[in-house]
Every structure is written in structure tokens, then in C-alpha cells.
Design a protein around this ligand. Structure first.
Ligand code: B12
Ligand code: SF4
Length: 622
């Protein structure tokens, strides 16, 4: 008689901490700002750990009981495997963290031998022969539909947006006590830029998770209401959607909802020049955008997403209503030599973004650019012969470049541009404050009550940056930046009022906080994320979804000072031991399929014979 089938029980996990081990890129961690954007800004860098929303999304929308682990250590993963009796373990990863998957899989096979291992996330662009030995199933599509098919659950049921907040940013060791909500409106992007992993992952189709503007609005309101029930303030939201404004009908519906709601929101989201150009600055401000992540790429890059208004006009208008930019640039395009890159960087600096991301042009499998570099034999010899996927992170130059004698020159230039961004424009908290102050000034007497309310909110944000402004007067990178900090501070006080005794006390403590932050970074302590564990439908874990637990992600004291110090110490010793072993690279499997072969994006594994007749989500782009 066949043994009775176990009902499914899922463990969904991110890759394990710690990050930044020997051979790993120093950008590959659990943060966006500190790792990839404000990385050269020392203690002024914004600290905010971002959870892996894909895991929350899946856990929320399946029927089987599920547990999520965001950033466990190996020991925490093993403990969970031993106690969980899991039938499936899903791992989210990217190409640069595939080596971590290879460390985790043997642990899963040892401690949960009956569990099927499911790989998902954008690391699955790697070919089947590389991933096959490490998985029973590979998801290369929208994950809820895939998992429902894999688990034999009813397909096409309602999709709920998870409540998955993250902590607000921490600056100069000061943790804001509020949380930031998250909503994903859709996956993929129809723009199809040659290098873009997400666009080609979904075959240039847009997977619309929230079809209407009202759905987006209600999802934001629902997660905020949930935070309030938990007694937490949710002051802002991150809206994940590759180009929110491109889907202009939905964005207009969303705008109508915000106007109807009458309350100013605070959003960060992604928008191309092409998408943003469909809206006026006032409309974007009414929607509630405080930060838009926009691509500058390169002045000569010629992507279609750049078509629309001139960037200087667009940026000036957005900044005048208090909307700042996180602007990304790519270096290493074949047309760029050093002089071109420096000239383009000057143009970018003239736009005065609050944040800059600068990545090196590189190729993910499944993209047209990958196909092209393989056809043209452009990979550097060492990558062709033994690709180190840990460096598929945008901070390594993989190609021989026609205009640079040594590829390392591009990496050195990238480091210099990050430093230069900081030297020229100063610390990000102050750049944000200047734009918020401008928005406050321009909107405080506006005829539209929604924009007047936005002005008041911006005023509050600006006041909160006074301590950082004081620290920048002392520790800013150049005399000009220090002078600008002085000016900003006096403008804030002039326009928004003198400081209270409490504000002055916080400000007085800021230099000490600056020095403590600098010391912690230098010593490498309290820099790792902490474990966030949530339970779904397990019958005992509703409390694990409490908004307050999001702060565990920031690690440090919230997850136990003693434990953190032991872990940080062990990590330092392991790093030292690795250096003493003369940086011997651990044995790598053969990964050359990445740099020697190209092909279309492979299908999910196992290839399920019964694909849904009707897609789970509408995928039409407007
Ligand atoms: C938020 C984000 C982060 C956050 C959170 C990390 C995370 N793993 O979620 C932070 C800032 C920490 C981060 C860091 C990095 N990131 Co990042 N990040 C994103 C971003 C903007 C959104 C991801 C997201 O939350 N989407 C919302 C969720 C709901 O959708 P989703 O992730 O697509 O998940 C769906 C499906 O893909 C699938 N799925 C996903 N995981 C799983 C797992 C299982 C088991 C299953 C079955 C299905 C499944 O189901 C989900 C529901 O449909 C994407 C770009 C993008 N727009 O997607 C880049 C992206 C994922 N990041 C990328 C990269 C390169 C990095 C870094 C290496 C950057 C660097 N230089 O250091 C680091 C790596 C850090 C790490 N530890 O892994 C690349 C990955 C490319 C690749 N093929 O490797 C992307 C695609 C950006 C890009 N266009 O290049 N990132
Ligand atoms: S606009 Fe952005 S998300 Fe869309 S294809 Fe281009 S790089 Fe990718």
C-alpha cells in the first residue's frame, strides 16, 4: 500500500546572511540605499533592510500552511528545517547569490530529506544544466500561479496583496520609529531595454497584478490600516512596478482615488522619462510621489524609455513640487570612453538628483544583450573560462571594452563617480530635505487642498532632517558641502520656525551618533540584517505578522546584541582564515554555460503539461 500523501507545508526563504563574505561583491546584501546608492556617503548613508517581498506574496496567496524566513543564518535555517516537517522549500535568489543556494541545498537535503526544493526569483535566468542539480522545480514565471499548479491548488482564485512592511530608514544611527508599506502593482516591463533582466524574464509582457488604479490605492490603504491596527505608523510606501506611469490609464485612476481620498501620500516608485512625460509635475505630486527612480543610463544610450520631455525640464518641475529623484546611470556602453562617461556624469550631476546609482553595463542570460556579447565573443578571458557569478552585480566589468585598455579602469571609474556624487552634491538626507523644502515653499499656499496638505507633510519631513544638517556642517565631505548644509539649516529654520528644546537636544547628540556609526562600519559590527520569520495558516502564527517585527530586519540590538556580536566576531575570524588560506577560491561547478552559450529564456521546470487556459493575470499593456 502506498504511504498516505502528506499535505503540503511550505518553507519560503531568502538566501542566508551573512553578506559580504570572501569573494562576494560588497553591494550584494539586503539593502538598496546603503549597498548600491548612498554607499560612498559614510555615516550619512541611508540604512534600510528590504525584505524579500516575493516570499510574502507567495505565502499570502497559497492555501497550504507556509513559513517565510527573510535573511536567516545557516543555523536558523537548519533549526527551521528540523522543526518544520516541510514538504517544499522555496528559495528566492538572484544570479549573484546562486553560490548561497549551493550552500543551502545540502542543508535542506540533510535536514528535510523529504522536501522538494523549488527555486524562484531572477536567478532562474541561469540555464537548466546549471540549476538542475540544485532543485526539484524551477519557477520562471509569476510565482503564485506556478506554486498553485505545483501544489495542486485551485488556480485563478483571488489574489491578495500581503501586508509586508519594512522599517523606515535609519540615518546616523537614528532609527525612525515608523514602517514603510509595500505594494507591487505589476511585474515585467514592455520597454524591453537590451540589458533588462525583468523585462525579458516576462517576455516583454507586463504582468498586471493590480489591474486598476483603485486596486493600487486600496492595497496601499489596506496595508496602512493593518499597520495602524498594530499600533504602528506607516508614513510612506514603496510601489514596485517597473514603469508605473507608462500604464497611464491605471495611473490616472489612481490619481482620481488619491484626490477623492483627499489625504497626501508619500510614495517611492519607478518611472521612465517616457512614462513620466504623460503627467504634469502637479499630478505626480498629487499622486503622492516623493521619490521617483528614473533612468538616465547614458546620454547616448538611445533607449525608447528616454523619449519624452527633456530631463532638465522634467527634473526641475518635479523638484519644484517636492518630488526627488533616484537616478541611475550605466557606464561601459561601447560608445563611451572615459571622457564621455565624465561628461555624461556632469550632465547627471547638473540634474541634482537626491540619489545616484551607477552600474556597469553587464548581461543577464535571456536578454538580447547577452545574446549579442556571446555572438561577438566579448567576455573577458577569465569570465569566459570560469565565470564568477558572485560578481553579476553591476559592480564588475565582464567585457573587453574597445575604449578602455584595462577593464578594471571602468570599475575604478565607477568607484570614483560614487565618491564624486557625494563630494559634489553632498549627503542624501540633505539633498532630500532641500527638495522637500522647495516643495513646501511652492505648495503651502496652493489653491488645491491636497497639495497644501502635501506641503504640510513635507514641512514635517524637513524638520526631521535638522540633526543631519548639523552633522553635515561638521563632517560634510568638502567646504562647499558644509557651507550648503549651513545654508539649508538656516533656510529650514527661517521657513518652518525655530527649533524646540527637544529638537535642539537631538541635534546636540548627532555628532556622537555620527562617530558611533562610523566606528560600527569600520569594525564591521551591526551591519548584517536580522531574521524576520512569519507564519501563514499554521494555526499559531498570526502574531508573527505584526508590523513591529519588521524592525528585526535591521538586525543589531533588535535581534540580540550578544548574538549579533558573536556572529559578527565569527564572521571576522572566518574572513581572516580565508585570507590566510591565500584567498583560495572554493571549488566551483562548471558555470561556463553563462558566458559561452545564449538562448531564449528557458521555461519553468518541471514543465507542467497543464498550463492555465486563461492567464492568471491580464498582461496587456496600454
Ligand atoms: C526589491 C529589490 C531588491 C531588494 C530586496 C531583494 C529581494 N531579493 O527581493 C534589495 C535592495 C535587497 C535588492 C538587492 C539586490 N538586487 Co534586487 N531587486 C529588487 C527589485 C527592484 C524588486 C523585487 C521585488 O520585490 N519584486 C516584487 C515581487 C512580488 O516580485 P518578484 O520578486 O518578481 O517575485 C515574483 C516572481 O519572480 C516569483 N518568485 C520570486 N521569488 C520566488 C521564489 C519561489 C520559490 C517561487 C516559486 C517564485 C518566486 O514569484 C513572485 C510573485 O509572482 C528587482 C527588480 C524588479 N522590478 O523586480 C531587483 C532585482 C531582483 N535585483 C537584482 C539584483 C542584481 C540585486 C543585487 C545583486 C544588486 C547588487 N548590486 O547588489 C542585490 C542582491 C541582494 C540579495 N541579497 O539577493 C536584479 C536581479 C537580476 C538577476 N537575474 O540576478 C533585479 C531583477 C534588478 C534588475 N533589473 O537587474 N534587490
Ligand atoms: S524601462 Fe527599465 S524596467 Fe523597463 S525594460 Fe527598460 S530597464 Fe527594464
Amino acid at each position: 500500500m502506498a504511504p498516505p500523501q502528506r499535505s503540503p507545508k511550505l518553507l519560503l526563504t531568502s538566501v542566508c546572511r551573512p553578506f559580504g563574505g570572501p569573494g562576494e561583491g560588497d553591494s550584494v546584501g539586503a539593502e538598496l540605499f546603503h549597498a548600491q546608492v548612498t554607499r560612498a556617503q559614510g555615516p550619512f548613508s541611508l540604512r534600510q533592510v528590504i525584505r524579500v517581498w516575493a516570499l510574502d506574496y507567495l505565502a499570502e496567496n497559497l492555501r497550504a500552511p507556509a513559513v517565510t524566513l527573510h535573511y536567516p543564518s545557516h543555523a536558523e535555517l537548519v533549526r527551521e528545517l528540523k522543526r518544520g516537517d516541510y514538504t517544499h522549500v522555496g528559495i528566492n535568489f538572484v544570479v549573484a547569490t546562486f553560490h548561497k543556494v549551493r550552500e543551502m541545498v545540502p542543508l535542506i537535503r540533510e535536514h528535510a530529506p523529504g522536501a522538494q526544493i523549488v527555486l524562484g526569483g531572477y536567478g532562474t535566468v541561469l540555464p537548466d544544466d546549471i540549476l538542475g542539480p540544485w532543485a526539484d522545480a524551477v519557477c520562471r514565471e509569476e510565482g503564485v500561479g506556478f506554486m498553485r499548479r505545483l501544489l495542486g491548488e485551485a488556480e485563478g482564485g483571488a489574489i491578495r496583496h500581503p501586508h509586508a512592511p519594512i522599517p523606515s530608514v535609519q540615518v546616523l544611527s537614528h532609527q525612525l520609529p515608523s514602517v514603510v508599506g509595500h505594494v507591487t502593482a505589476g511585474l515585467g516591463c514592455p520597454n524591453g531595454c537590451d540589458f533588462c533582466c525583468t523585462s525579458h524574464f516576462f517576455d516583454r509582457k507586463y504582468v498586471r497584478l493590480l489591474p486598476h488604479g483603485r486596486d493600487v490605492y486600496e492595497a496601499l490603504m489596506a496595508t496602512r490600516a493593518r499597520a495602524r491596527e498594530d499600533g504602528m505608523q506607516m508614513n510612506g510606501f514603496i510601489l514596485i512596478d517597473e514603469d508605473f506611469f507608462l500604464h497611464h490609464r491605471r495611473a490616472r485612476e489612481f490619481l482620481d482615488c488619491v484626490r477623492e481620498g483627499g489625504e497626501p501620500l508619500s510614495l517611492m516608485g519607478f518611472g521612465s522619462v517616457r512614462g513620466l512625460s504623460r503627467f504634469s509635475g502637479r499630478e505626480i505630486a498629487q499622486m503622492g510621489f516623493d521619490v521617483v527612480w528614473n533612468a538616465f543610463e547614458g546620454a547616448g544610450s538611445g533607449y525608447r524609455k528616454q523619449e519624452g520631455r527633456s530631463m532638465p525640464d522634467l527634473y526641475r518641475e518635479l523638484q519644484s513640487v517636492g518630488c526627488a529623484q533616484l537616478t541611475s546611470m550605466i557606464i561601459g556602453f561601447p560608445y563611451q570612453d572615459e571622457e564621455t562617461i565624465r561628461r555624461e556624469f556632469d550632465q547627471l550631476m547638473a540634474l541634482e538628483p537626491a540619489m545616484t546609482q551607477c552600474l556597469i553595463y553587464f548581461a543577464f542570460p535571456g536578454t538580447p544583450f547577452h545574446k549579442q556579447v556571446i555572438a561577438e565573443g566579448r567576455y573577458r578571458k577569465e569570465y569566459r573560462e570560469a565565470p564568477d557569478l558572485r560578481r553579476w552585480d553591476g559592480f564588475a566589468m565582464h567585457f573587453d571594452h574597445p575604449r578602455f585598455e584595462r577593464p578594471e579602469q571602468v570599475e575604478a571609474l565607477q568607484r570614483e563617480l560614487y565618491r564624486e556624487d557625494y563630494r559634489r552634491l553632498g549627503p542624501t538626507p540633505l539633498r532630500l530635505a532641500r527638495i522637500s523644502l522647495e516643495g513646501y515653499q511652492n505648495l503651502r499656499n496652493d489653491e488645491d487642498p491636497l497639495l497644501r496638505a502635501r506641503a504640510e507633510r513635507l514641512r514635517g519631513d524637513v524638520r526631521g532632517t535638522l540633526p543631519a544638517t548639523r552633522a553635515a556642517m561638521l563632517f560634510g565631505p568638502t567646504p562647499e558641502v558644509r557651507e550648503r548644509a549651513r545654508l539649508l539649516r538656516s533656510d529650514i529654520i527661517r521657513l518652518t520656525g525655530t527649533q524646540s528644546a527637544a529638537e535642539l537636544a537631538i541635534e546636540a547628540a548627532t555628532p556622537a551618533a555620527y562617530l558611533a556609526s562610523a566606528a560600527a562600519r569600520r569594525l564591521g559590527v551591526f551591519q548584517q540584517p536580522g531574521l524576520l520569520r512569519t507564519e501563514h495558516r499554521t494555526g499559531s502564527g498570526a502574531g508573527s505578522l505584526h508590523s513591529r517585527h519588521a524592525f528585526r530586519l535591521q538586525g543589531g540590538a533588535r535581534t540580540g546584541v550578544g548574538r549579533v556580536l558573536v556572529e559578527d566576531g565569527a564572521r571576522a575570524l572566518a574572513g581572516l582564515a580565508a585570507r590566510l588560506r591565500r584567498r583560495e577560491a572554493p571549488p566551483q561547478p562548471d558555470l561556463t554555460a553563462v558566458t559561452r552559450r545564449s538562448g531564449p529564456m528557458p521555461r519553468s521546470l518541471p514543465v507542467l503539461a497543464t498550463r492555465p487556459e486563461r492567464p492568471l493575470f491580464a498582461d496587456a499593456a496600454e
